[in-house]
Design a binder for this molecule. Structure first.
Ligand SMILES: Cc1cc2nc3c(=O)[nH]c(=O)nc-3n(C[C@H](O)[C@H](O)[C@H](O)COP(=O)(O)O)c2cc1C
Length: 253
């Protein structure tokens, strides 16, 4: 079992480095760890028919690890440029291309990852406006294309003037260290997802029937009106909650 930390901050010993370090130092004994600082690598795009020794070396490090921990600050409300550049250049190694140009997960399919980011704005502002969301979303988009499975997110807002990690974040880093130390099978969240889906449907059905109550004067006794209104209300509610869970909800505090 090996865990690879990928630090993508301008600062080699900044807060993201500290969070990454705390995670890696607290993994179970017997778990091998390594950190790479992306600024130390001359990352350039892959040119056809030419070997790219840097990308090959990084690709090997990714391949020999079971879990990747990305630590990248939020810059300009987005993912730090160096991690984005790394993702851009690694694209041919992350995905296979089909004849029609579509992509499918490549050689790293079913590995796992944890995302870490931080920002200056306060926890309240980040909670309300989601300054760090884009950083997480970009990592998720790339990892999803590569078939790499998410294990969680750590966010540290309010970093202006901060030199050391607050105790609560140290504890969170330790918690994730334990979580990622366990060797996972392909996607071990399937049962959890079915249970979540069951409760989502149960709650949505209840809300839908509640919304239908005031409409009962028009729809009661008419099977097709009842059915059509249920379907439309249920679809809107379920669509909204799925959108929220899939695209919007990220750790903000
Ligand atoms: C180029 C740049 C852009 C930044 N943009 C934002 C931003 O849009 N919003 C914000 O809250 N913080 C922003 N920050 C602050 C960083 O997110 C913050 O300094 C981060 O916690 C640094 O992490 P580090 O200690 O690991 O380097 C920016 C910092 C830099 C250097």
């Amino acid at each position: 079992m090996k865990i690879l930390g990928i630090l993508a901050s301008h600062q080699e010993h900044g807060l993201n480095a500290q969070m990454l370090d705390t995670v890696l130092k607290n993994v179970d004994s017997g778990t091998e760890t390594e950190t790479i600082y992306l600024e130390n690598y001359d990352i350039t795009p892959h040119k056809y028919h030419e070997k790219n020794a840097v990308l090959d070396e990084l690709s090997e490090k990714l391949m020999e690890s079971d879990v990747w921990v990305f630590a990248a600050p939020t810059y300009w409300r987005e993912l730090s440029g160096v991690l984005k550049d790394f993702f851009d250049c690694m694209r041919p190694k992350f995905v296979y291309f089909k004849e029609n140009g579509d992509t499918i997960p490549g050689q790293f399919k079913n590995k796992h990852y944890l995302s870490i980011t931080s920002c200056y704005v306060s926890p309240l502002e980040n909670f309300l406006t989601g300054v760090t969301d884009e950083s997480f979303k970009t990592i998720d988009r790339v990892m999803s294309a590569a078939g790499v499975i998410k294990t969680g997110e750590i966010v540290l807002p309010g970093t202006f003037g901060m030199k050391e990690l607050p105790d609560s974040k140290v504890e969170l880093c330790k918690k994730y260290a334990k979580k990622i130390s366990v060797k996972k099978r392909k996607d071990d969240s399937t049962v959890k997802r079915y249970i979540q889906l069951f409760f989502m449907i149960a709650v949505m059905a209840l809300i839908t029937m509640g919304i239908q109550l005031p409409l009962s004067r028009w729809i009661a006794g008419n099977f097709w009106l009842n059915y059509a209104s249920f379907t439309v209300i249920f679809f809107v509610l379920l669509g909204s909650i799925l959108h929220f869970v899939t695209f919007v909800k990220h750790r903000r505090r």
